[in-house]
Design a protein around this ligand. Structure first.
Ligand SMILES: [Zn+2]
Length: 296
């Protein structure tokens, strides 16, 4: 991969979707299944974007899920493209050290409009949506219950605060069907409820998803989209995090912690992903790498 920014050709794109299409095509061409997630996917679902994203009119990064067995091939798949392999690893000066978002397994950078630093981040599927089948290559089959395209007719039109359905014409980019994205986020919030720096991040995502559920103008996810225990879990998160009635807050909080402990004990949840950095005793920041966590 070319590490000299002076030699790096500019990607011909002006929209987030163009860059995402570029990434998806590079990975599809090398038979690496991939799926967009995180802020990009949420905005495409119709979730209101963060104030920072609105102010910048752009995302600062994009995040992708790739099956564990092929994620090591991602840097090679992007070699010779406009992406610059990051040589700084966990010391990367672009990725925010204070953030509570999980640290990517692999990341590269691209120079955007002359500004260095846009990060393209790749995560092993086992860290995110461990119970789902891997994404298909290219276009999902008709009626795929798990994956859909960012151009899908079921998505809402773009709005001031959300990207919504993406323009057709680019290489196909996949996202999860919103119900499975929501279940996946609920499982991450349950997994990392204790002993993880990611906890507050996932709880913030649960709030974002609830704002989408109660948005009557966005039919892609509503209160009937989830059934069974996940319906109960989603409502408990809503009571805990968003209700103004103290008894509902307490009831939701108790339900979520009960499910967390029961499912942990039953082996239904993996160990917590502790986050990029963990505040150890005495306020020292202990850098972490995946599961190689040592409490000092
Ligand atoms: Zn970096």
């Amino acid at each position: 991969m070319n590490n000299s920014s002076n030699d790096t050709p500019a990607i011909d794109w002006t929209r987030d979707g163009d860059l995402e299409s570029y990434v998806a095509r590079a990975l599809d061409d090398k038979q690496i299944p991939n799926c967009l997630w995180s802020d990009g996917a949420l905005s495409i679902y119709g979730c209101p974007s963060s104030q920072e994203m609105v102010a910048n009119h752009r995302q600062k990064s994009s995040a992708w899920m790739v099956p564990d067995r092929v994620i090591h091939r991602v840097p090679q798949a992007l070699a010779g493209t406009s992406f610059v392999s990051c040589t700084e690893g966990e010391d990367c000066h672009v990725l925010d050290k204070e953030r509570v978002h999980p640290f990517p397994d692999v990341h590269v950078h691209v120079h955007r409009e002359g500004q260095p630093g846009y990060a393209v981040e790749f995560y092993k599927q086992s860290r995110l949506f461990w119970g789902l089948p891997p994404p298909p290559l290219g276009v999902p089959r008709s009626g795929d219950p798990f994956y859909m395209l960012v151009t899908d007719e079921r998505l809402s039109e773009p709005a001031v605060l959300s990207r919504g359905r993406q323009p057709a014409g680019n290489h196909p980019v996949k996202i999860l069907v919103p119900t499975h994205y929501t279940i996946g986020m609920a499982l991450l919030a349950l997994r990392d409820l204790e002993e993880s720096m990611n906890r507050d991040h996932w709880l913030g995502v649960m709030k974002q998803l609830w704002f989408m559920i109660i948005d009557d103008e966005n039919p892609i996810l509503d209160s009937n989209s989830l059934t069974g225990v996940y319906h109960n879990i989603m409502y408990a998160f809503g009571d805990w995090l968003l209700s103004r009635q103290p008894d509902r807050v307490q009831r939701g909080h108790e339900y979520i912690y009960r499910v967390h402990h029961e499912w942990k004990a039953a082996g239904r949840l993996p160990p917590p992903d502790r986050g990029a950095f963990f505040w150890g005793p005495g306020g020292d920041v202990i850098p972490l790498a995946g599961d190689h966590f040592v409490l000092q």
